[in-house]
Ligand binder design. Structure first.
Ligand SMILES: Cc1cc2nc3c(=O)[nH]c(=O)nc-3n(C[C@H](O)[C@H](O)[C@H](O)COP(=O)(O)OP(=O)(O)OC[C@H]3O[C@@H](n4cnc5c(N)ncnc54)[C@H](O)[C@@H]3O)c2cc1C
Length: 381
Protein backbone atom coordinates (compact mmCIF):
# COMPACT_ATOMS: atom_id res chain seq x y z
CA UNK A 1 0.00 0.00 0.00
CA UNK A 2 1.45 3.34 -1.13
CA UNK A 3 1.68 6.10 1.52
CA UNK A 4 2.78 9.59 0.57
CA UNK A 5 3.05 12.81 2.58
CA UNK A 6 2.13 16.24 1.18
CA UNK A 7 1.62 19.78 2.46
CA UNK A 8 -2.08 19.70 1.53
CA UNK A 9 -4.70 17.18 0.42
CA UNK A 10 -7.56 18.61 -1.68
CA UNK A 11 -10.60 16.33 -1.93
CA UNK A 12 -12.63 16.72 -5.15
CA UNK A 13 -11.28 17.63 -8.60
CA UNK A 14 -14.28 19.60 -9.84
CA UNK A 15 -13.88 23.31 -10.52
CA UNK A 16 -13.51 24.14 -6.81
CA UNK A 17 -10.78 21.61 -6.05
CA UNK A 18 -8.94 22.18 -9.34
CA UNK A 19 -8.70 25.96 -8.88
CA UNK A 20 -7.61 25.71 -5.26
CA UNK A 21 -5.04 23.01 -6.05
CA UNK A 22 -3.64 25.04 -8.96
CA UNK A 23 -3.22 28.11 -6.73
CA UNK A 24 -1.62 26.14 -3.89
CA UNK A 25 0.77 24.07 -6.02
CA UNK A 26 3.43 26.71 -6.85
CA UNK A 27 4.70 26.71 -3.26
CA UNK A 28 3.26 23.56 -1.70
CA UNK A 29 3.26 19.80 -2.36
CA UNK A 30 -0.40 19.06 -3.09
CA UNK A 31 -2.39 15.93 -3.92
CA UNK A 32 -5.80 16.36 -5.55
CA UNK A 33 -7.93 13.33 -4.68
CA UNK A 34 -10.85 12.48 -6.99
CA UNK A 35 -13.31 9.59 -6.71
CA UNK A 36 -14.19 9.34 -10.41
CA UNK A 37 -12.01 8.24 -13.30
CA UNK A 38 -12.21 11.71 -14.85
CA UNK A 39 -12.17 15.13 -13.20
CA UNK A 40 -15.31 17.21 -13.77
CA UNK A 41 -17.80 14.32 -14.02
CA UNK A 42 -20.26 15.81 -11.52
CA UNK A 43 -21.55 19.42 -11.20
CA UNK A 44 -18.63 20.98 -13.08
CA UNK A 45 -19.41 19.00 -16.23
CA UNK A 46 -23.16 19.65 -16.02
CA UNK A 47 -23.51 23.43 -15.67
CA UNK A 48 -25.23 25.96 -17.93
CA UNK A 49 -21.80 27.55 -18.43
CA UNK A 50 -22.98 31.14 -17.97
CA UNK A 51 -21.30 34.16 -16.40
CA UNK A 52 -24.05 36.41 -15.05
CA UNK A 53 -22.42 39.04 -12.90
CA UNK A 54 -25.51 39.93 -10.87
CA UNK A 55 -26.41 36.42 -9.82
CA UNK A 56 -26.29 34.81 -6.41
CA UNK A 57 -25.56 36.26 -2.96
CA UNK A 58 -23.40 39.40 -2.54
CA UNK A 59 -20.21 37.43 -1.73
CA UNK A 60 -20.56 35.38 -4.94
CA UNK A 61 -21.13 38.58 -6.94
CA UNK A 62 -17.92 40.07 -5.56
CA UNK A 63 -15.93 36.97 -6.52
CA UNK A 64 -17.56 36.80 -9.98
CA UNK A 65 -16.57 40.45 -10.50
CA UNK A 66 -13.01 39.80 -9.33
CA UNK A 67 -12.80 36.77 -11.67
CA UNK A 68 -13.55 38.83 -14.75
CA UNK A 69 -9.95 39.97 -15.43
CA UNK A 70 -8.78 36.33 -15.32
CA UNK A 71 -11.49 35.29 -17.77
CA UNK A 72 -10.60 38.19 -20.11
CA UNK A 73 -6.84 37.64 -19.99
CA UNK A 74 -5.77 34.32 -18.51
CA UNK A 75 -2.04 33.80 -17.99
CA UNK A 76 -0.01 32.91 -21.10
CA UNK A 77 -0.33 29.22 -22.01
CA UNK A 78 -3.44 28.71 -19.84
CA UNK A 79 -5.72 27.97 -22.81
CA UNK A 80 -5.84 28.23 -26.61
CA UNK A 81 -9.50 29.32 -26.57
CA UNK A 82 -11.15 32.50 -25.32
CA UNK A 83 -12.75 31.65 -21.97
CA UNK A 84 -15.73 33.98 -22.47
CA UNK A 85 -18.10 34.68 -25.33
CA UNK A 86 -20.52 37.57 -24.90
CA UNK A 87 -24.15 36.60 -24.41
CA UNK A 88 -26.63 39.01 -22.85
CA UNK A 89 -29.23 37.80 -20.34
CA UNK A 90 -32.86 38.85 -20.79
CA UNK A 91 -35.39 38.75 -17.94
CA UNK A 92 -39.06 38.47 -18.91
CA UNK A 93 -41.99 39.48 -16.71
CA UNK A 94 -45.47 38.06 -17.24
CA UNK A 95 -48.43 40.37 -16.78
CA UNK A 96 -48.56 41.04 -13.03
CA UNK A 97 -44.80 40.66 -12.58
CA UNK A 98 -43.72 44.05 -13.94
CA UNK A 99 -42.80 45.20 -10.41
CA UNK A 100 -40.06 42.57 -10.41
CA UNK A 101 -38.51 44.16 -13.49
CA UNK A 102 -38.73 47.58 -11.81
CA UNK A 103 -36.90 46.16 -8.81
CA UNK A 104 -34.17 44.74 -11.06
CA UNK A 105 -33.78 48.06 -12.84
CA UNK A 106 -33.47 49.95 -9.58
CA UNK A 107 -31.30 47.55 -7.62
CA UNK A 108 -29.04 45.83 -10.11
CA UNK A 109 -26.29 47.81 -11.82
CA UNK A 110 -25.84 47.24 -15.56
CA UNK A 111 -29.45 46.21 -16.22
CA UNK A 112 -31.65 48.28 -18.57
CA UNK A 113 -35.23 48.03 -19.75
CA UNK A 114 -35.79 46.58 -23.20
CA UNK A 115 -38.89 47.15 -25.36
CA UNK A 116 -40.81 44.31 -26.93
CA UNK A 117 -39.93 45.28 -30.52
CA UNK A 118 -36.20 45.22 -29.76
CA UNK A 119 -36.60 41.92 -27.93
CA UNK A 120 -38.61 40.33 -30.74
CA UNK A 121 -35.87 41.33 -33.20
CA UNK A 122 -33.37 39.52 -30.98
CA UNK A 123 -35.55 36.46 -30.32
CA UNK A 124 -37.96 36.01 -33.25
CA UNK A 125 -39.57 32.98 -31.55
CA UNK A 126 -40.93 35.14 -28.70
CA UNK A 127 -44.73 34.94 -28.50
CA UNK A 128 -46.41 38.36 -28.63
CA UNK A 129 -48.44 38.11 -25.41
CA UNK A 130 -45.99 36.37 -23.11
CA UNK A 131 -44.07 39.25 -21.57
CA UNK A 132 -45.46 42.48 -20.17
CA UNK A 133 -42.03 43.93 -19.46
CA UNK A 134 -38.40 42.92 -19.87
CA UNK A 135 -34.90 43.89 -18.84
CA UNK A 136 -31.51 43.05 -20.30
CA UNK A 137 -28.06 42.65 -18.77
CA UNK A 138 -25.61 42.98 -21.64
CA UNK A 139 -22.27 42.32 -19.96
CA UNK A 140 -22.83 38.58 -19.52
CA UNK A 141 -21.08 35.64 -21.17
CA UNK A 142 -20.91 31.97 -22.07
CA UNK A 143 -17.96 30.32 -20.29
CA UNK A 144 -15.82 27.64 -21.91
CA UNK A 145 -15.98 25.48 -18.77
CA UNK A 146 -13.83 22.63 -20.11
CA UNK A 147 -11.05 25.03 -21.17
CA UNK A 148 -11.15 26.72 -17.75
CA UNK A 149 -11.13 23.46 -15.79
CA UNK A 150 -8.44 21.82 -17.93
CA UNK A 151 -6.37 25.00 -17.76
CA UNK A 152 -6.31 24.84 -13.95
CA UNK A 153 -5.56 21.10 -13.96
CA UNK A 154 -2.66 21.67 -16.41
CA UNK A 155 -1.25 24.45 -14.24
CA UNK A 156 -1.50 22.19 -11.21
CA UNK A 157 0.38 19.38 -12.99
CA UNK A 158 3.01 21.80 -14.31
CA UNK A 159 3.80 22.81 -10.71
CA UNK A 160 4.32 19.18 -9.70
CA UNK A 161 0.83 18.61 -8.26
CA UNK A 162 -0.38 15.00 -8.09
CA UNK A 163 -3.88 14.21 -9.40
CA UNK A 164 -5.12 10.91 -7.95
CA UNK A 165 -8.12 9.74 -10.00
CA UNK A 166 -10.30 6.68 -9.10
CA UNK A 167 -9.36 7.46 -5.51
CA UNK A 168 -12.53 7.98 -3.49
CA UNK A 169 -11.55 9.03 0.03
CA UNK A 170 -13.10 6.39 2.28
CA UNK A 171 -11.27 6.88 5.56
CA UNK A 172 -10.10 10.18 7.03
CA UNK A 173 -8.33 10.41 10.38
CA UNK A 174 -6.18 12.95 12.21
CA UNK A 175 -3.00 11.30 13.54
CA UNK A 176 0.10 12.91 14.95
CA UNK A 177 -0.75 16.37 13.58
CA UNK A 178 -1.53 15.07 10.07
CA UNK A 179 -4.69 14.17 8.19
CA UNK A 180 -4.51 10.64 6.85
CA UNK A 181 -6.76 9.85 3.89
CA UNK A 182 -7.25 6.25 2.79
CA UNK A 183 -8.60 5.93 -0.76
CA UNK A 184 -10.39 3.32 -2.85
CA UNK A 185 -7.23 2.85 -4.96
CA UNK A 186 -5.38 1.66 -1.86
CA UNK A 187 -3.15 4.73 -1.70
CA UNK A 188 -2.91 6.61 1.61
CA UNK A 189 -2.13 10.33 1.68
CA UNK A 190 -0.99 12.37 4.68
CA UNK A 191 -0.83 16.14 5.12
CA UNK A 192 -1.30 18.76 7.85
CA UNK A 193 -4.01 20.50 5.77
CA UNK A 194 -7.12 18.93 4.25
CA UNK A 195 -9.28 21.00 1.87
CA UNK A 196 -12.85 19.75 1.54
CA UNK A 197 -13.88 20.64 -2.04
CA UNK A 198 -16.10 17.60 -2.56
CA UNK A 199 -19.15 19.55 -3.79
CA UNK A 200 -22.38 17.73 -2.89
CA UNK A 201 -20.37 15.20 -0.84
CA UNK A 202 -18.61 17.80 1.34
CA UNK A 203 -20.66 17.10 4.46
CA UNK A 204 -20.05 13.38 3.92
CA UNK A 205 -16.29 14.01 3.76
CA UNK A 206 -16.51 16.09 6.95
CA UNK A 207 -18.41 13.36 8.80
CA UNK A 208 -15.77 10.84 7.74
CA UNK A 209 -13.13 13.14 9.24
CA UNK A 210 -15.13 13.46 12.47
CA UNK A 211 -15.92 17.11 11.67
CA UNK A 212 -19.38 18.58 12.31
CA UNK A 213 -21.17 19.03 8.94
CA UNK A 214 -22.45 22.43 7.77
CA UNK A 215 -25.89 21.02 6.75
CA UNK A 216 -25.25 21.61 3.05
CA UNK A 217 -28.14 21.06 0.68
CA UNK A 218 -27.42 19.46 -2.72
CA UNK A 219 -30.28 20.36 -5.09
CA UNK A 220 -31.07 18.80 -8.46
CA UNK A 221 -31.29 21.01 -11.55
CA UNK A 222 -32.38 19.69 -14.94
CA UNK A 223 -31.35 20.66 -18.47
CA UNK A 224 -32.73 19.49 -21.81
CA UNK A 225 -31.48 20.04 -25.34
CA UNK A 226 -34.02 20.63 -28.13
CA UNK A 227 -33.83 21.54 -31.81
CA UNK A 228 -35.51 24.96 -32.19
CA UNK A 229 -35.74 24.75 -36.02
CA UNK A 230 -36.79 26.69 -38.01
CA UNK A 231 -35.22 29.24 -35.65
CA UNK A 232 -31.46 29.77 -35.50
CA UNK A 233 -30.67 30.68 -31.91
CA UNK A 234 -26.89 31.11 -32.10
CA UNK A 235 -26.98 34.82 -31.26
CA UNK A 236 -29.99 34.83 -28.95
CA UNK A 237 -29.46 36.00 -25.39
CA UNK A 238 -30.01 33.78 -22.37
CA UNK A 239 -33.77 34.07 -21.81
CA UNK A 240 -35.20 33.64 -18.33
CA UNK A 241 -38.35 34.61 -16.54
CA UNK A 242 -37.93 37.10 -13.76
CA UNK A 243 -39.60 34.71 -11.30
CA UNK A 244 -36.85 32.13 -11.98
CA UNK A 245 -39.17 29.33 -13.13
CA UNK A 246 -37.34 28.49 -16.41
CA UNK A 247 -34.54 29.61 -18.68
CA UNK A 248 -33.23 28.84 -22.15
CA UNK A 249 -29.93 29.49 -23.84
CA UNK A 250 -28.38 28.61 -27.19
CA UNK A 251 -26.24 25.50 -27.20
CA UNK A 252 -23.66 24.61 -29.84
CA UNK A 253 -25.02 27.16 -32.37
CA UNK A 254 -28.16 25.31 -33.55
CA UNK A 255 -29.68 23.91 -30.38
CA UNK A 256 -31.43 25.31 -27.33
CA UNK A 257 -30.79 24.27 -23.74
CA UNK A 258 -33.89 24.64 -21.57
CA UNK A 259 -34.14 24.28 -17.79
CA UNK A 260 -37.17 24.41 -15.48
CA UNK A 261 -34.85 26.10 -12.94
CA UNK A 262 -35.67 23.28 -10.53
CA UNK A 263 -34.04 23.18 -7.13
CA UNK A 264 -35.04 19.85 -5.60
CA UNK A 265 -33.09 18.77 -2.50
CA UNK A 266 -31.64 15.26 -2.94
CA UNK A 267 -28.88 13.25 -1.25
CA UNK A 268 -25.46 13.47 -2.96
CA UNK A 269 -25.46 11.11 -5.95
CA UNK A 270 -24.80 10.71 -9.68
CA UNK A 271 -28.05 12.55 -10.27
CA UNK A 272 -30.26 11.85 -13.30
CA UNK A 273 -33.11 13.93 -14.77
CA UNK A 274 -36.74 13.14 -13.91
CA UNK A 275 -39.32 12.86 -16.72
CA UNK A 276 -41.60 15.35 -14.98
CA UNK A 277 -38.89 18.04 -14.80
CA UNK A 278 -38.12 17.53 -18.50
CA UNK A 279 -41.80 17.98 -19.37
CA UNK A 280 -42.09 21.08 -17.17
CA UNK A 281 -39.02 22.63 -18.81
CA UNK A 282 -40.52 22.26 -22.28
CA UNK A 283 -43.98 23.39 -21.26
CA UNK A 284 -42.72 26.59 -19.60
CA UNK A 285 -40.39 27.42 -22.50
CA UNK A 286 -43.23 26.86 -25.00
CA UNK A 287 -45.48 29.31 -23.16
CA UNK A 288 -42.95 31.98 -24.14
CA UNK A 289 -41.38 30.76 -27.37
CA UNK A 290 -43.15 29.45 -30.48
CA UNK A 291 -40.87 26.45 -30.80
CA UNK A 292 -42.37 23.10 -31.76
CA UNK A 293 -40.47 20.42 -29.83
CA UNK A 294 -40.56 17.12 -31.69
CA UNK A 295 -38.20 15.33 -29.35
CA UNK A 296 -35.74 15.92 -26.56
CA UNK A 297 -32.30 15.29 -28.00
CA UNK A 298 -30.49 15.02 -24.69
CA UNK A 299 -31.11 15.74 -21.04
CA UNK A 300 -29.10 15.76 -17.86
CA UNK A 301 -29.27 16.85 -14.27
CA UNK A 302 -26.63 18.18 -11.92
CA UNK A 303 -26.37 19.16 -8.28
CA UNK A 304 -26.13 22.74 -7.06
CA UNK A 305 -25.04 22.60 -3.44
CA UNK A 306 -26.04 25.39 -1.07
CA UNK A 307 -25.11 26.35 2.46
CA UNK A 308 -28.03 27.09 4.81
CA UNK A 309 -27.84 30.85 3.99
CA UNK A 310 -26.81 30.35 0.30
CA UNK A 311 -23.54 32.27 0.76
CA UNK A 312 -20.24 30.50 0.15
CA UNK A 313 -18.37 28.71 2.95
CA UNK A 314 -14.59 29.06 2.57
CA UNK A 315 -12.41 28.88 5.66
CA UNK A 316 -10.90 26.86 8.49
CA UNK A 317 -13.36 24.75 10.39
CA UNK A 318 -12.49 26.29 13.74
CA UNK A 319 -13.14 23.05 15.62
CA UNK A 320 -10.97 20.59 13.67
CA UNK A 321 -7.32 21.48 13.23
CA UNK A 322 -6.17 21.84 9.61
CA UNK A 323 -9.64 21.20 8.10
CA UNK A 324 -10.53 23.81 5.46
CA UNK A 325 -14.01 24.12 3.88
CA UNK A 326 -14.36 25.17 0.22
CA UNK A 327 -18.05 24.56 -0.33
CA UNK A 328 -21.49 25.99 -1.10
CA UNK A 329 -20.77 27.11 -4.68
CA UNK A 330 -24.49 26.66 -5.57
CA UNK A 331 -25.23 27.90 -9.08
CA UNK A 332 -22.20 30.21 -9.33
CA UNK A 333 -19.22 27.90 -8.80
CA UNK A 334 -17.86 28.31 -12.34
CA UNK A 335 -18.16 32.07 -12.70
CA UNK A 336 -16.57 32.69 -9.29
CA UNK A 337 -13.82 30.05 -9.59
CA UNK A 338 -10.76 32.07 -10.67
CA UNK A 339 -11.07 34.51 -7.76
CA UNK A 340 -12.31 31.81 -5.38
CA UNK A 341 -9.28 29.59 -6.00
CA UNK A 342 -6.90 32.46 -5.38
CA UNK A 343 -8.76 33.56 -2.25
CA UNK A 344 -8.74 30.06 -0.73
CA UNK A 345 -5.02 29.61 -1.47
CA UNK A 346 -4.29 33.02 0.12
CA UNK A 347 -6.32 32.08 3.22
CA UNK A 348 -4.48 28.75 3.57
CA UNK A 349 -1.10 30.43 3.10
CA UNK A 350 -2.01 33.22 5.53
CA UNK A 351 -1.52 35.85 2.79
CA UNK A 352 -3.44 39.10 2.42
CA UNK A 353 -6.31 38.24 0.05
CA UNK A 354 -6.47 41.82 -1.32
CA UNK A 355 -9.89 43.04 -2.54
CA UNK A 356 -11.44 39.56 -2.04
CA UNK A 357 -10.88 40.11 1.68
CA UNK A 358 -14.15 42.04 1.93
CA UNK A 359 -16.16 38.80 1.67
CA UNK A 360 -14.32 37.02 4.49
CA UNK A 361 -16.98 37.56 7.15
CA UNK A 362 -19.85 36.52 4.86
CA UNK A 363 -18.15 33.27 3.81
CA UNK A 364 -16.73 32.16 7.17
CA UNK A 365 -17.97 28.58 7.75
CA UNK A 366 -17.81 29.13 11.50
CA UNK A 367 -21.05 31.16 11.20
CA UNK A 368 -22.87 27.81 11.08
CA UNK A 369 -21.15 26.60 14.22
CA UNK A 370 -21.77 29.68 16.34
CA UNK A 371 -23.88 27.73 18.83
CA UNK A 372 -20.73 25.88 19.85
CA UNK A 373 -18.05 28.56 19.41
CA UNK A 374 -14.75 27.15 18.17
CA UNK A 375 -11.17 28.40 18.20
CA UNK A 376 -9.50 30.49 15.55
CA UNK A 377 -8.88 27.50 13.28
CA UNK A 378 -5.91 27.53 10.94
CA UNK A 379 -3.27 24.96 10.29
CA UNK A 380 -2.12 25.15 13.89
CA UNK A 381 -5.54 24.99 15.52
C1 LIG B 1 -27.73 22.57 -14.30
C2 LIG B 1 -26.66 23.43 -13.65
C3 LIG B 1 -26.40 24.68 -14.17
C4 LIG B 1 -25.38 25.45 -13.63
N1 LIG B 1 -25.06 26.63 -14.25
C5 LIG B 1 -24.02 27.35 -13.80
C6 LIG B 1 -23.62 28.53 -14.50
O1 LIG B 1 -24.20 28.89 -15.55
N2 LIG B 1 -22.57 29.26 -14.00
C7 LIG B 1 -21.91 28.88 -12.87
O2 LIG B 1 -20.98 29.57 -12.46
N3 LIG B 1 -22.27 27.76 -12.19
C8 LIG B 1 -23.30 26.99 -12.64
N4 LIG B 1 -23.66 25.85 -11.98
C9 LIG B 1 -22.98 25.52 -10.71
C10 LIG B 1 -21.63 24.88 -10.91
O3 LIG B 1 -21.72 23.82 -11.85
C11 LIG B 1 -21.13 24.38 -9.55
O4 LIG B 1 -21.19 25.41 -8.58
C12 LIG B 1 -19.70 23.89 -9.61
O5 LIG B 1 -19.51 23.01 -10.69
C13 LIG B 1 -19.32 23.21 -8.29
O6 LIG B 1 -18.01 22.69 -8.42
P1 LIG B 1 -17.44 21.71 -7.32
O7 LIG B 1 -16.03 21.43 -7.70
O8 LIG B 1 -17.74 22.24 -5.98
O9 LIG B 1 -18.33 20.37 -7.45
P2 LIG B 1 -18.16 19.09 -8.40
O10 LIG B 1 -17.86 19.47 -9.80
O11 LIG B 1 -19.34 18.22 -8.17
O12 LIG B 1 -16.85 18.39 -7.84
C14 LIG B 1 -16.82 17.69 -6.60
C15 LIG B 1 -15.95 16.48 -6.82
O13 LIG B 1 -15.68 15.84 -5.57
C16 LIG B 1 -15.56 14.46 -5.84
N5 LIG B 1 -15.74 13.71 -4.58
C17 LIG B 1 -16.84 13.64 -3.81
N6 LIG B 1 -16.61 12.84 -2.75
C18 LIG B 1 -15.35 12.41 -2.84
C19 LIG B 1 -14.53 11.56 -2.04
N7 LIG B 1 -14.99 11.00 -0.92
N8 LIG B 1 -13.27 11.32 -2.46
C20 LIG B 1 -12.77 11.88 -3.59
N9 LIG B 1 -13.51 12.70 -4.39
C21 LIG B 1 -14.77 12.96 -4.01
C22 LIG B 1 -16.66 14.19 -6.84
O14 LIG B 1 -16.43 13.00 -7.57
C23 LIG B 1 -16.60 15.45 -7.71
O15 LIG B 1 -15.80 15.26 -8.87
C24 LIG B 1 -24.65 25.01 -12.49
C25 LIG B 1 -24.94 23.76 -11.95
C26 LIG B 1 -25.92 22.96 -12.53
C27 LIG B 1 -26.16 21.59 -11.95
Amino acid sequence: METATFDAIVIGAGMAGATVAAHLAPDRRVVLVEAEEAAGYHSTGRSAAMYILNYGPPDARVLAGLSRSFFDSPPPGFTDHPLLRRRAAVFLARPGEAAEIERLLQEVPGVRAIGMAELKAMVPALKPDYAAAAAIEEDDFDIDVAALHQGFLRRFAACGGVLALRSRAGRIERRGGLWEVGTASGAVFRAPVLVDAAGAWSDEVARMAGVRPLELSPCRRTAVIVDPAPFEPENWPLICDVGDTWYARPEARTRLMVSPADETPVPPQDVQPEELDIAVAIERMQEALAIPVRRVERSWAGLRTFTPDHSLAFGWDGEAEGFFWCVGQGGWGIQTSPAAGRLVADMIAGRDPGPAGRVLTAIDPRRFKAAKAGGAGGPGG
